[in-house]
Write a protein that binds this ligand. Sequence first.
Ligand code: PNS
Length: 165
Amino acid sequence: MKKAVCPGSFDPVTNGHLDIIERAATLFDEVIVAVGVNKSKNRLFGPEERIGMLEQATADLPNVSVAGFTGLLTTFCQERGATAIVKGLRAVSDYEYELQMAQMNASLTRIETVFMPTSPEWSFLASSLVKEVATFGGDVSALVPPFVLGPLIEKLAARRAVDGP
Ligand code: PNS
C-alpha cells in the first residue's frame, strides 16, 4: 500500500493544485492532502476554510483525503505512514527551493519527494497571483474551482475594508 502526501498552503486551492492531486491519486494507493502553514506567506483563509475547500474539490477522488498539519511535514508523514511527498513543479524557478526542501526532508527522515511537472495549462498559476488578480477585480473563474470564487471575493473585500484599497 503506497501512501503519499501532497503538502501545501492551498490559500486557496487552485486548478493547478488539483491537477497535481488528481494525477498523484493515479500513482499512489492513497493520497493525503496536507494543509500546512508557510510562515513566509500572509494567509487569506484560515486552516478550516482551506481544508473545507479542498475536501469539496477532492470529494470525487475516493483515495484522497485532506488533513491539516502544524509542525514538521516529515513528522506528519511518519505519523500517517506515508513514504512519499508529491510536489508540483511549474518551472525551473520552482526547482531550487523545492530541491532544498526535498533534501532537507530526506535528511530528517528517509522520505522520498516525487516531483511532478505541472500540466502546461496551469504552469503560470499560483494562489498568490490568483489573490492579486482578484483583488483588482480580474476574472479568476477559470483558475479556481467554482465554489472558491465567492469566498475569495468576500475575503478580499473584508480585507480591503480593514486595510483600505
Ligand atoms: O504551498 P506552499 O506554501 O509551498 O507550502 C509549503 C509547505 C507548507 C508545504 C512547507 O512550508 C512545509 O512543509 N511546512 C512545514 C514545516 C516544515 O516541515 N519545514 C521544513 C521544510 S524543509
